[in-house]
Write a protein that binds this ligand. Structure first.
Ligand code: SF4
Length: 796
């Protein structure tokens, strides 16, 4: 049992007791792999890509993949002061005892977290200093420019790791026991793998060709601490065909690929059984471009009543009235649209091919379906900007104000990222960025708009690192030695230290932020994304001329990927639908697209015969449908589960109920919330045998005794439903006391039950239990029903 000291915040992060975590016998595997996320648990546990790799690695025979996250500063200090190493969550094995540890870098500034995690694990930071111990692998979107980070990794996977990770693990199995350098040399021979120790460039970016043929997680571990995005992520497509010239994701993840609607249905059904989440997010770089978006939302709405659907950032005009009305009563979150610029002239330069009038025409409908708030993204700092671009913001927002729709405007500085047509552009300087932001602030003063600005300093530092070269790695070591970590969290971001290092080294920051000649070699040329550099240059010239390029849905601009030549990425139905989009005016399109979709990809109504809230998985005990009814459950929290917070525990229980087909009635028209009642909050760190939760079932599912065993199987380790009644929480006894266990005699006003050779037992009734725990005298405090405390023996 973990003994986490009182001052550690959110201790459940470190327990590793989540439902769906994968536990294997260490004696029966030959490769141990720690998948590390260089940020907090709550962030990592929201990432689809993290669970994708976790599932893929664990599906490789005789490999056990475990998780590890960056600790928050309090735990970091505690580990260092007590000489404890950083461990995996599942088996609490030190990272240094693994065969391989992998980091996915999706935010450049998290590189200092990687160094800190290596150090906490007792692993040398530089690859050249590691002669034994685990192989350190890097990957993720930021590694499309590995130059500034390469010193710290034995190998770096360039691009999507879906197919590459199993290959790496197989090589590792084969070469296990060989000298470190030989293992790295073996891995470096794989296509798409870059090793600074055995450099061969350029390295070809990897991507999967057929999403239907690739793994999708359906039983990800369910967080025991509320994470940033607590939902079941369904990846509907990968890549983006829009070609926005500033967007690394748009160019770095080409080509555009879709999962079929048939495959999505399978994933959604398995995922809902495996997680019981109350929200499904349809992940894509531009969800509105997904061919079967309407069908997918309709399927979820029909089959999973009470479950909401969310769509990440949307291209304006890509979501239609049909989807808006369908989502009306099942969306808990609002829509987010990427506007990027308020003028058509600037949108031509950045190749943002949108029709703002479509969104303005949809405002009455959005309002009708309960959306009173929308989020818009705007970018600032493009070199061609004039005052007109800023004044137009006011104009573009007026119709929203007239419709009384609140706007949350998010303004971010433009960063010229590698591998995009804007890679040669300079980054705007801090003074001008701040002036431009002030201008927007002034223009929008007193309007119905809430504006959030990204700090220009953060963007400038991000630009330096993203555009970094091989001279930059000592900067990260310098920052690490200065104690820098968790830089994604505002309170820990230290931009002055970057200036300090550049000054000390006599290196000009302009080398990283300045304009680059179009013919010059770039640090990231060691990666071949598959897109011709001449194509990027041509796009840059078109931007200068204010001309757009068509998207990959309606044609092919011949970027070099060659996907239209091989025909790998689109099927005929997709092309047909896309052609319809081009040929039909927006108003006609709504119907025509749907007809085309239906003629080819009909919703399989045979599979929607029974709504999911009445369906119970085949291997589960059956339930009988009766009108809605209240049930109250008494559950216990023991051992490490004592660190799970009250509301997190509620969510875990509700998800377990849902995954067994027990749907819960909701209230609220547009933002439905489950009808539940709970016993008083139990302080973190205290165990209990008598927590209560009352639910009201949606359509009246009769819960049988046998189902409790099934629910308990999918709860976190240390939590258990002990009994249930049909009826309200008021009908369950609520008289309780606390059983306190100490390893020494305690001199306090407590009622002593007794002691044995090791433990002293006391009871306490009334308020102040949190304070008693804070004293730190008791190893365990357990809330127990009064009726059960009598008869307890000291050796229990
Ligand atoms: S080859 Fe054509 S369709 Fe494929 S990603 Fe490039 S521009 Fe788009």
């Amino acid at each position: 049992m973990l003994d986490i000291v009182n001052f550690i915040t959110r201790p459940a992060r470190y327990t590793g007791i989540e439902p769906n975590r994968i536990i294997k016998d260490p004696d029966e595997v030959s490769v141990r792999f720690a998948l590390c996320f260089p940020d907090l648990y709550e962030v990592g546990m929201s990432y689809y890509g993290f669970f994708l790799l976790y599932g893929i690695a664990n599906s490789v025979q005789s490999v056990w993949c475990e998780r590890c996250f960056a600790p928050w500063s309090d735990m970091d200090t505690y580990l260092r002061q007590n000489g404890r190493p950083l461990t995996t969550l599942e088996s609490r094995t030190p990272l240094s005892a693994m065969d391989m540890i992998g980091f996915s870098l999706s935010y450049e500034l998290n590189i200092t977290n990687i160094l800190n995690m290596l150090d906490l694990a007792g692993i040398p930071l530089r690859a050249e200093d590691r002669k034994k111990g685990p192989i350190v692998v890097g990957g993720g979107p930021s590694m499309l420019n590995p130059a500034p980070f390469q010193k710290f990794f034995d190998i770096i996977v360039i691009g999507e790791a879906d197919k590459k990770l199993p290959e790496i693990l197989h090589v590792l199995k084969t070469l296990k026991g060989e000298p470190h350098e030989k293992v790295i040399g073996g891995l470096a021979q794989l296509e798409g793998v870059y090793s600074p120790l055995f450099p061969k460039t350029p390295v070809r970016r990897q991507f999967v060709e057929d999403l239907d043929d690739s793994y999708h997680p359906t039983r990800p571990p369910i967080p025991v601490v509320g994470s940033i995005h607590d939902r079941f992520n369904v990846e509907i497509s990968r890549g983006c065909g829009n070609g926005c010239r500033f967007c690394l994701a748009g160019f770095g993840y080409r080509p555009y690929r879709e999962r079929s609607f048939e495959k999505l249905k399978e994933i959604i059904d398995l995922g809902m059984q495996g997680t019981g989440y109350e929200e499904i997010s349809l992940l894509s770089l531009s969800s509105g471009d997904y061919t079967s978006l309407f069908d997918t939302i309709a399927y979820i709405k029909e089959r999973y009543r009470g479950v909401s659907v969310s769509l990440p950032s949307l291209k304006i005009g890509s979501i239609r009235e049909r989807e808006i009305s369908l989502m009306g009563d099942i969306a808990r979150t609002g829509f987010t649209f990427a506007l990027e610029s308020a003028t058509e002239g600037m949108r031509c330069r950045i190749n943002k091919n949108i029709d703002v009038d479509v969104l303005l025409g949809q405002l009455p409908l959005l309002k009708q379906y309960g959306w009173r708030k929308l989020k818009l993204y705007l970018m600032v700092g493009f070199p061609w900007e004039t005052e007109e671009d800023f004044l137009a913001i006011k104009e573009i927002l007026s119709p929203f104000e007239k419709e009384r729709i609140n706007i949350n405007l998010s303004v971010s500085p433009f960063i010229p990222k590698p591998h995009t047509p804007f890679q040669w552009l300079p980054m705007e300087n801090e003074v001008i960025l701040s002036e431009k932001i002030s201008m927007i602030r002034k223009i929008l003063k007193g309007r119905r708009v809430k504006v959030k600005y990204r700090d220009p300093r953060t963007s400038l530092v991000e630009a330096i690192v993203a555009r970094g070269d091989s001279r930059l790695w000592p900067l990260f070591e310098y920052l690490f030695h200065k104690g820098v970590k968790l830089e994604a969290w505002r309170e820990y971001f230290q931009p002055a230290l970057y200036d300090e290092w550049f000054n000390q080294q006599g290196i000009s920051i302009e080398d990283y932020l300045g304009k680059k000649p179009i013919e010059s070699a770039l640090p990231w040329d060691i990666v071949d994304t598959g897109i011709d550099k001449s194509f990027l240059a041509h796009e840059f010239i078109l931007a200068e001329a204010g001309k757009k390029t068509g998207d990959c849905y309606t044609g092919c601009a011949s970027c070099g990927i060659g996907c239209t030549e091989s025909g790998q990425t689109r099927d005929s139905s997709f092309s047909a639908v896309r052609s319809a989009f081009v040929e039909n005016p927006v108003q006609d399109f709504k119907l025509s697209q749907f007809e085309i979709q239906n003629s080819k990809l009909k919703i399989d109504t045979s599979s929607i015969q029974t709504p999911a809230h009445a369906e119970v998985p085949a291997d589960r005990p059956n339930c009988e449908r009766i009108p809605g009814i209240k049930y109250t459950f008494r559950y216990g929290k023991y051992g490490d589960a004592r660190y799970i917070g009250h509301l997190d525990m509620m969510n875990i229980l509700l998800r377990a109920f849902r995954s067994l087909g027990i749907t819960i009635r909701t209230h609220g028209k547009f933002h439905p919330m489950p009808k539940i009642s709970l016993s008083d909050a139990l302080p973190i760190g205290i165990e209990s045998t008598c927590e209560l939760i009352e639910i009201e079932t949606d359509t009246g599912i009769l819960i049988h005794e046998k189902m409790i065993g099934e629910i308990n199987k999918i709860l976190p380790k240390g939590t258990k439903i002990l009994e249930f009644i049909k009826g309200s929480i008021q009908n369950m006894g609520k008289d309780y006391s606390y059983l306190l266990i100490a390893d020494k005699s305690i001199d306090m006003e407590l009622w002593k039950l007794g002691y044995n050779s090791k433990w002293h037992f006391y009871t306490w009734k009334g308020k102040g239990i949190k304070e008693l725990r804070a004293k730190g005298d008791f190893q365990r405090i357990i809330k127990v029903e009064d009726r059960r405390i009598h008869g307890l023996r000291a050796d229990n």
